[in-house]
Ligand binder design. Structure first.
Ligand code: PHE
Length: 335
């Protein structure tokens, strides 16, 4: 009995070549219902004088199988360890893997910077829709249907009554409709005009500003705008206010800074004038207050609007606005 079992075991052992097949053999021979265990039980059926010899042989076979399996298992697990060690050796001189990290777009960087400066002056941030009604984008801002000022802003019309906003000024109206004075907020966002060349893209960013209260005067407008421009371009920048026209402000101004490219000596960028226009502003027109039911005999205010791309181009001496939106990483990585 034990000699045929030993032959069977030796035969099966030949094809066992990993730890797992050793474990299968262990169960098959030594497990609770294994071949050796069963054979030991069947000793009971032998005659009394056959039993000791057969029992001894089976016990020797059991020890033999236990030891053989243990040796084989050790051998195989050592092999596994060796091959892992040779495969997974750690070379601490190898360079680390490059992990590409994204960063904020220069326009968004400048937007955050602008918001930070106004936040210190107590301005909140308001937002409005980019798809806007004719009423909010024009009518309520004192730009009637036949007004020539509409031609200044090459409008994308969705329908007769719906436009892509051409300016962030409609947020003035929306915010005044929802709140009572005092108001002090800026409104950054995307605007759209059908225009494209080195200084125009069909989509660009503006930051609108509005402050309304009793006794707000032109001095407040000058103070806020000068503070902003000096924080943004540096304390030494020259600033001048020129009379201008916007339908929703009266009086209106355009604000110039001294040319930071040529230091006011005269260059191509400032068209030899030494000055660069950077924003539009003015005292809120009584008509606009009337449209949102604010009493213009009690309240006054000022508004301003600026182009973020233009400010960014001047700050970083960028000569083509389209670079912002081509998404060439060589350009974007510089900021
Ligand atoms: N909305 C004007 C423009 O886009 C800028 C502006 C805003 C002027 C607020 C005055 C007051 O040109």
């Amino acid at each position: 009995m034990s000699s045929s079992l030993k032959e069977l075991f030796s035969e099966e052992l030949k094809s066992a070549n990993d730890v797992e097949s050793i474990n299968i053999l262990r169960v098959k021979y030594l497990g609770r219902k294994g071949l050796i265990t069963e054979s030991l039980k069947s000793l009971a059926s032998l005659s009394l004088n056959e039993r000791p010899k057969a029992g001894k042989a089976l016990n020797e076979l059991k020890v033999f199988i236990e030891e053989t399996l243990r040796d084989k298992e050790l051998l195989f697990s050592q092999k596994v360890l060796e091959s892992r060690l040779s495969r997974e050796s750690l070379d601490i001189t190898v360079c680390g893997k490059y992990i590409a990290s994204g960063k904020t777009h220069p326009i968004n960087q400048v937007l955050s910077e602008i918001i930070d400066i106004f936040e210190v002056m107590g301005f909140e941030v308001e937002e409005g829709p980019e798809v806007e009604t004719d009423y909010y984008n024009f009518e309520a801002l004192n730009i009637p249907k036949d007004h020539p000022a509409r031609d200044m802003q090459d409008t994308f019309y969705i329908s007769d009554d719906i436009v892509l906003r051409t300016q962030t000024s409609p947020v003035q109206i929306r915010t005044m409709e929802k709140n009572r004075p005092p108001l002090r907020f800026i409104s950054p966002g995307k605007v759209y005009r059908c225009d494209s060349d080195v200084s125009h893209t069909p989509m660009f960013h503006q930051v609108e500003g509005l402050m309304v209260d009793t006794n707000i005067n032109f001095g407040h407008l000058k103070g806020v705008i000068e503070t902003f421009l000096k924080e943004f371009f540096g304390q030494k920048v020259g600033i001048r206010f020129r009379p201008s026209f916007f339908p929703f402000t009266e009086p209106s101004v355009e604000v110039d800074i001294s040319c930071i490219i040529c230091e006011s000596k005269g260059c191509r960028i400032c068209k030899e004038t030494g000055w660069l226009e950077v924003l539009g502003a003015g005292m809120v027109h009584p008509k606009v207050f009337e449209n949102v039911s604010y009493d213009s005999t009690i309240y006054t205010g000022f508004a301003f609007g600026m182009g973020v791309e233009r400010l960014t181009m001047l700050k970083y001496s960028i000569n083509d606005i389209r670079l912002f939106f081509e998404n060439d990483l060589r350009f974007l990585r510089q900021f």
